[in-house]
Design a protein around this ligand. Structure first.
Ligand code: CMC
Length: 431
């Protein structure tokens, strides 16, 4: 917790209250209101947490004005270029870049946990074949707590560590199996001689009749997608994981809660929604119609893949993702498909439109990730599960940080009540 440099004064009905102002290592100071209710008998009101810090963290920092995203201090563009997903996992989880020996040991530990308990296959079979893979993931990840009893005691640091490694390792297997199940194809088991991204792609695209040779450019692009989505400080799904775990719930249940939250179109579901929107627009000449709808206050339609709560200049992840999209499309010789033409023209039109410029709305990471994933052969329903695979490390790192904090308190927001005040029950014959 940062030291209090100064105080803020709040005056209510002529009475003054001094509130400590805390400073982090960077970013805006925060007014510490923890004792406010006890001293002044008032709550603060901030639905959507637009001005409220919900925790004290050392993992990820975002400067929305500068378009900066740092993991443990390292900028995301450097990590995307020079590092790879499992190294970023180590960094997020343990706080420092690993030495070569530490990385080798970590990769070995993750690789040894990629298989699922065989009994879990029956869980998949209980779903309808047309189930959304996210629906399957929410259920199967929650069910991990029924299979791995030796890593659900959150008071034991060793069990917390094993649960963390298990989730990083098993999430690609679960996502790939959810995909295979919806295709009606047999599950493809993990292969420990492949790297994390290549193993995931093979589990998605190989069939018993024909193995899948992973193209190194595509697996590098997949690894980048994982890296770019790894963590994003206190976003909706991470806050959900923290709130769920504040009650002492087991880690698998908490991560399942995070997956459920991620599914929504305003969050992780935006990549699927964005590609579906591009297809619905269909041709470049229809873009003005959709731009007009996005600007119309009486129309619920929004440009999916545009805008961000925190970034107000550009999304640094989108910059790297755009470059990656160009590489993948060139490799696959896809330069002229209609979805891509619409995407390019829409991006240009929105960036030149006063409404989007004034409101600081520009393409976010989900605008480009869908284009790459589609080119790789993934259906739109797999886009959000892939986001869930990537964000698992962020959820786990934030969960671990929270559980290790001796000041851990159950999350319990208050409310501004506008309902009826006390009234007497009316017998049914008198209503
Ligand atoms: N299209 C059209 N107008 C928009 C859009 C959009 N995509 N996003 C925001 N606006 C307008 C909004 O109508 C509002 O206008 P006004 O001030 O006149 O009422 C203004 O911009 C501010 O919007 P807001 O909803 O108050 O902003 P927010 O910070 O609550 O929402 C957001 C952020 C990401 C939910 C929103 O921009 C959005 O719905 N974008 C589309 C969904 C999307 O792409 N989500 C992925 C985010 S990045 C990945 C992730 O974190 O999961």
């Amino acid at each position: 917790m940062g030291d209090s440099k100064t105080t803020a004064r709040l005056t209510i009905d002529g009475k003054d209250f001094e509130l400590p102002v805390l400073a982090g290592t960077t970013g805006p100071d925060v007014i510490d209101i923890r004792k406010l209710y006890g001293q002044a008998g008032v709550f603060t009101y901030d639905p959507g947490f637009t001005s409220t810090a919900s925790c004290d963290s050392t993992i990820t920092y975002i400067d929305g004005e500068k378009g900066e995203l740092l993991h443990r201090g390292y900028p995301i563009d450097q990590l995307a270029e020079k590092s790879h997903f499992l190294e970023v996992c180590y960094l997020l989880l343990y706080g420092e870049l690993p030495t070569a020996a530490q990385l080798e040991d970590f990769e070995e530990r993750v690789t040894r946990h990629t298989m699922l308990h065989e009994q879990m296959m029956y869980l998949f079979r209980g779903y309808r074949r047309d189930a959304h893979p996210m629906a399957i993931m929410v259920g199967v990840v929650g069910a991990l707590s029924a299979f791995y009893h030796d890593s659900t005691d959150i008071t034991d640091p060793w069990q917390r560590e094993v649960a963390s490694i298990r989730m990083i390792a098993k999430m690609p297997t679960i996502a790939a199996m959810a995909f295979k199940y919806t295709l009606g194809q047999p599950f493809v088991y993990p292969r420990n001689d492949l790297d994390y991204a290549s193993n995931f792609m093979r589990m998605c695209f190989a069939v018993p009749a024909e193995d899948y040779e992973v193209n190194p450019i595509l697996s590098r692009a997949m690894d980048r997608i994982f890296t770019l989505h790894a963590d994003h400080e206190q976003n909706a799904s991470t806050s959900t994981v923290r709130l769920a775990s504040s009650s002492g719930a087991n880690p698998f249940a908490c991560i399942a809660a995070g997956i459920a939250c991620l599914w929504g179109p305003a969050h992780g579901g935006a990549n699927q929604a964005c590609l579906e929107m591009l297809r619905e627009i269909g041709s470049v000449d229809r873009i003005p119609e959709y731009l007009a709808r996005a600007k119309d206050k009486d129309d619920d339609f929004r440009l999916m893949g545009f805008g961000h709560r925190v970034y107000k200049n550009f999304d640094p992840r989108a910059k790297v993702m755009k470059q990656s999209a160009d590489e993948v499309l060139e490799l696959l010789g896809i330069e002229d498909n209609p979805t891509l033409q619409v995407a390019k023209a829409l991006e240009k039109a929105a960036l030149e439109d006063d409404y989007f410029v004034d409101k600081k709305l520009f393409p976010n990471v989900d605008f480009y990730s869908g284009i790459i994933l589609e080119a790789m052969g993934f259906p739109t329903s797999m886009f959000t599960p892939i986001f869930a695979v990537s964000r698992t490390i962020g959820w786990i790192s934030q969960w671990k940080e929270m559980i290790s904090d001796p000041q851990l308190k159950i999350g319990r927001p208050r409310q501004l009540y506008h309902g009826e005040t006390l009234r007497d029950y009316i017998d049914i014959e008198n209503r």
